[in-house]
Design a protein around this ligand. Structure first.
Ligand SMILES: [Mg+2]
Length: 251
């Protein structure tokens, strides 16, 4: 047994977000009698990033952005749908398309290849596993249903009322962990937060007193020294995939 708690971000840590978004658009287009071409997907992807940026979602460390995260999220999704309506001729309202997006997203759960085996191995080895995501509780719970037997809890920004890296999100997360059977005395320093985002995951978890592990699937950072200087202190380990977690001796 171990007294370590492992907390995983969901999108782009466990789930392949691009594959999910592709699947969502295919489903929406199919629903409107259209076939999604590669060009369509790239166009939607670009619209999505643009509207996300315009809604201020890239400045997630800004407390004002955190306080209005849910409104900004809805605004970004609606603007994205307007953009897609403009060029496809789809006449369904942006609000209805946004609802479809949510429904189809809850059915998209392509994990990276090693994820399932690693989560089961960690569970078998006695680690307690939690998930922490900026997203909607029902959607993320549905997408993680396949891991229901090994996961002890999921906290989303919707449930916490604030996204990562907000301090209140991490307080809520610690409370959720401590309410879980067998985890009552767990302290932040016993927790390792594993995620792909320096800003949402590493900075927030580090500020909350947790250990941190950056999942760098694209190999952008070969070592800690290659991280931007102002962000370096928030990252303790870097792995390229979850299999590499097993090689961390302090795990
Ligand atoms: Mg992520």
């Amino acid at each position: 047994m171990t007294d370590r708690v492992l907390i995983f971000d969901i999108d782009d840590t466990l789930l392949d977000y691009e594959a999910a978004e592709r699947g969502i658009w295919e489903a929406i287009f199919r629903d409107h009698g259209l076939a999604l071409s590669e060009d369509d997907f790239q166009r939607n992807w670009a619209i999505s990033w643009e509207t996300w940026k315009e809604a201020g979602m890239m400045n997630i460390t800004d407390p004002d952005v955190q306080a209005s995260y849910e409104d900004r999220y809805r605004q970004a999704v609606l603007a994205m749908m307007e953009g897609v309506r403009d060029y496809t001729g789809i006449r369904t309202s942006a609000a209805e398309l946004a609802e479809q997006f949510e429904v189809f997203m809850s059915r998209q759960f392509t994990t990276f290849p090693e994820v399932e085996q690693v989560l089961w191995d960690l569970h078998r080895d006695g680690y307690r596993l939690f998930l922490a995501s900026n997203g909607h509780q029902e959607v993320q719970t549905a997408r993680m249903a396949v891991f229901a037997d090994v996961i002890d809890g999921i906290l989303t920004s919707e449930l916490a009322g604030i996204p990562k890296p907000g301090a209140a999100f991490f307080r809520e997360l610690m409370e959720m962990i401590q309410r879980t059977a067998g985890c009552a005395g767990i302290l932040p320093k016993q927790c390792l937060f594993i995620g792909d985002s320096i800003h949402s995951d590493m900075i927030g978890a580090h500020a909350a007193g947790m250990d941190t592990c950056l999942v760098d699937r694209k190999g952008k950072y070969p070592d800690l020294e290659s991280l931007p200087e102002e962000e370096r202190a928030s990252v303790r380990f870097i792995v390229k995939d979850l299999r590499q977690l097993m090689t961390i001796k302090e795990l």
